[in-house]
Design a protein around this ligand. Structure first.
Ligand SMILES: Cc1ncc(COP(=O)(O)O)c(C=O)c1O
Length: 419
């Protein structure tokens, strides 16, 4: 096959139209290079990146220690398959995730390729450990695009026309104070679910994003997380924290659930974990993780050594107290600016988030205005993403290594785009 360079933005866009299906929704940004908080497109135009490849670059693009670890691993070996030959980088990631576990229990970790695969495995482990089939998920949840996880995900576009969906998935309300769903409403919904649809004795696990990501950057209130933990303990249901988007330092601590001092039974991580390479994990209480017979977990590329080498450097960075301090500082700075924007732009209904995982929800229940804002921002050099059931939430995912100047510049662009 002839190799060649694709030259400019227009030709890459044309070829994308020709060769990539439209089901993969894309923006028209064509990336050629990235570093820190900056992306350069194929025509040399510079952008500030407040999307991070959807929350994968909490450390920014190409952090030096991650790139160095990847280079070193590339020179050793690229692939082994952990089931064929044990290698240290996999074990090392599991050891570090145990150190970072948000609770006193001893843990073990399974590594896989994607967030969805990790969520599926968390369900498999929960079912094996409890001998029960049921899975409870929540309104606005996003857990992935595989057959099981699309049943767990709440938005129609991710599952319409792809059925039959996996059975034994039950949905309950989750708090959404801005749209009138209180903690009490959500807990009443769960009680109703136990009366109407599934007995608690048939439920293996609840799976909850500590801060809902695709669903609109909605932090779960502390009382809800505590009540859910209590409910799980009462009915011997496992609590699975999906921290694929809210984890890896996004909200300040390594795991968002640490804000609430609640120990989950299993925790799913991904995205930033691999520093830009595909890697996701299920970490959980050791006895639960060991409830699956040998052979029941794994995968050819799961826990690829190069991804694991990157993750080792990522976890080093996340564990440093200075990372948390800067993330908290960024949270305060960005929230202050967003509150100020909300006082001037009537379209903004709510500023919300947890720590440095922040967003604005536009009042209108339609994605049109958010789309207009993200397109206008991109034209002015800022990459932003929307989310939420209606697509009317603009989320900010700048690297937590960004300078104040970069953050202020990005927020100035957002201000102008909102106008
Ligand atoms: C909370 C959450 N869980 C799971 C996933 C699925 O991860 P992946 O796209 O790596 O399969 C995502 C992806 O956005 C997510 O935000």
């Amino acid at each position: 096959m002839e190799t060649r360079e694709l030259h400019d933005v227009a030709s890459v866009r044309d070829e994308r139209e020709r060769f990539v299906p439209r089901g993969v929704a894309t923006t028209d940004l064509v990336v050629a290079r990235a570093e820190g908080a900056t992306i350069w497109d194929a025509d040399g135009r510079e952008y500030l990146d407040f999307a991070g490849g959807i929350a994968c670059q909490n450390l920014g693009h190409n952090p030096e220690t991650v790139v160095r670890a990847v280079h070193e691993q590339v020179d050793r070996y690229l692939h082994q398959c952990f089931m064929v030959g044990i290698y240290e980088p996999y074990v090392e990631v599991a050891r570090r995730l145990d150190e970072l576990w948000p609770g006193p229990s001893e843990t073990k970790t399974l590594l896989v390729n994607s967030g969805a695969e990790a969520v599926e495995n968390a369900v498999k482990i929960s079912r094996a450990a409890t001998g029960r089939p049921g899975v409870i998920v929540f309104d606005r949840a996003f857990h992935g695009r595989t057959n099981l996880t699309m049943a767990m995900t709440s938005k129609l576009v991710y599952k319409q026309g792809f059925g039959p969906l996996a059975p034994e998935v039950y949905r309950a309300p989750a708090p959404y104070p801005y749209r009138g769903v209180s903690v009490e409403d959500a807990l009443a919904g769960l009680e109703l679910l136990f009366k109407q649809d599934v007995a608690p004795t048939a439920v293996a696990c609840v799976v909850l994003e500590t801060v809902q990501g695709e669903g609109g950057f909605i932090p779960m209130p502390a009382e809800f997380v505590h009540a859910l933990r209590h409910l799980c303990d009462r009915h011997e249901i496992l609590y699975v924290a999906d921290e694929v988007q809210s984890g890896c330092g996004r909200t300040g601590p390594v795991w968002a659930i640490s804000h609430f001092d609640v120990e989950p039974d299993l925790l799913v991580s991904g995205k930033t974990l691999g520093g830009g390479l595909p890697l996701a994990a299920v970490t959980g209480k050791a006895e639960l993780m060991d409830s699956v017979e040998p052979g029941g977990l794994g995968g050819t590329f799961s826990g690829n050594p190069v991804s694991c080498a990157a993750a080792g450097a990522v976890l080093d960075a996340l564990a440093a107290p200075s990372f948390r301090e800067r993330a908290d500082e960024i949270g305060r700075l960005v929230r202050g600016r967003l509150d100020e924007l909300a006082s001037r732009h009537a379209a903004i209904g709510e500023v919300r988030g947890l720590g440095s995982m922040l967003a604005i929800e536009l009042e209108a229940k339609s994605g049109d205005e958010a789309k207009r804002v993200t397109v206008a921002a991109r034209e002015q050099g800022l990459v932003l993403l929307s989310c939420g059931l209606y697509g009317n939430v603009i989320r900010l995912l700048p690297p937590l290594t960004a300078t104040d100047e970069e953050l202020e510049r990005g927020l100035d662009i957002l201000d102008a785009a909102l106008a």
